[in-house]
Design a protein around this ligand. Structure first.
Ligand SMILES: Cc1cc2nc3c(=O)[nH]c(=O)nc-3n(C[C@H](O)[C@H](O)[C@H](O)COP(=O)(O)OP(=O)(O)OC[C@H]3O[C@@H](n4cnc5c(N)ncnc54)[C@H](O)[C@@H]3O)c2cc1C
Length: 324
């Protein structure tokens, strides 16, 4: 029997997040020749819905209601449940983002189904979909399957490659008016923090600073390098605690978990709690003036030196080759 897999498309500042395209690629694998159905919540346009089709969805449902304009857990849960009931999918996949982490247990509870969270890969093995997810702060990996109910999982950004965008792909976009009632919370206003524009959890390149950066001004230097490389700035908790930067930049066990292609750790000692958030980066470069710093034990490339001398040299070099 053809399998149908539903994918939640997460929209941020008018654009679908990359992790939703990665979720479509995961869904294609799970559907095993069946149908992938995108789901957008809110009053979204056809061109936005078509983006999901260009990345591999067969069709898209746009669930409409004024209460879906911003993320409200009650409203999202009710809308998603109505679509799941109408579509009766074999699987449901979404990104392991702030919204994904918050909404997925609510849906699993309503469905009385299992949930595999933070998966980094999957394989179809006969009738089962086997997900791999990191455990113990990335020190080990476990394989998990759902044996009953909807195959329901969240996927970590930057781990499952999205499919090539194909603008010639065509699919149906349907609007569905959903019923939302008895909301226990409402959002009065959303205040966005000023950011450089590149989303840290999805960034391909991260320039990250620790206590060794010494000041807010020091972080401006990191921002300059990140801007040049088209990346984002991250931080250790040491730097956040010292008020050199905002806590939204914190990477690690109690911060964000990131998997960029390149992670440049500047003035970060490499505490286990920091490593928990970035050890799966594909290439790690560490700049630290202490040759014994633990960060060097996981770095692919290490530069022993003062970051205030090394980073300006890197900026100068990248500017001269103008690769990006
Ligand atoms: C429950 C718990 C949860 C935690 N969660 C997190 C988390 O999510 N993320 C996290 O990061 N931490 C976390 N921590 C804190 C963690 O243990 C460390 O204290 C923290 O990561 C240290 O930050 P740091 O490396 O910036 O600072 P430090 O350990 O002070 O290291 C600073 C480094 O900068 C180098 N340095 C100094 N000056 C220069 C220079 N001019 N040029 C080059 N190098 C220089 C030094 O050699 C040193 O290695 C947590 C701790 C606990 C207990």
């Amino acid at each position: 029997m053809a399998k149908k897999v539903l994918v939640l498309g997460e929209v941020r500042q008018g654009e679908i997040r990359n992790v939703s395209f990665e979720a479509i690629a995961a869904a294609r694998q799970m559907a095993d020749g069946g149908e992938v159905v995108g789901l957008l919540l809110g009053n979204h346009s056809d061109p936005l819905a078509n983006e999901m089709i260009h990345y591999g969805a067969d069709r898209v449902i746009v669930a409409q209601h004024t209460d879906l304009e911003t993320y409200v857990p009650d409203a999202y849960s009710q809308a998603i449940m109505q679509v799941i009931k109408a579509e009766n999918p074999y699987g449901f996949i979404l990104g392991h983002t702030s919204i994904g982490k918050d909404i997925s247990p609510r849906i699993a509870a309503r469905l009385k189904s299992g949930l595999i969270s933070d998966a980094i890969s999957l394989e179809v093995n006969g009738d089962q979909v086997v997900f791999t997810r990191p455990i113990y702060s990335g020190k080990a990996f476990e394989k998990k399957v759902i044996t009953d109910g909807i195959v329901f999982a969240t996927i970590r950004p930057n781990n499952i490659p999205s499919l090539e965008k194909d603008e010639s792909r065509f699919g149906e976009v349907t609007s569905l008016n959903v019923e939302i009632k008895d909301l226990r919370t409402i959002v009065k206003d959303v205040v966005h923090k000023a950011t450089s524009g590149v989303d840290l959890s999805e960034a391909k390149i991260i320039v990250s600073g620790g206590r060794g950066v010494k000041s807010k001004d020091g972080f401006n230097l990191l921002q300059e390098l990140a801007d040049l490389l088209g990346g984002a700035v991250g931080a250790s908790r040491g730097a956040c605690d010292a008020d050199y930067c905002d806590y939204s930049l914190q990477i690690g066990q109690t911060g964000k978990v990131v998997t960029p292609d390149l992670y440049i750790a500047c003035g970060i000692s490499g505490a286990i709690q920091h490593i928990a958030g970035m050890s799966n980066a594909k290439v790690i470069v560490a700049i630290n003036k202490d040759p014994e710093a633990n960060i060097f034990s996981i770095a692919d490339y290490g530069i022993v030196g003062d970051l205030f001398e090394v980073i300006p040299l890197l900026i100068e070099e990248f500017k001269s080759v103008a690769v990006y």
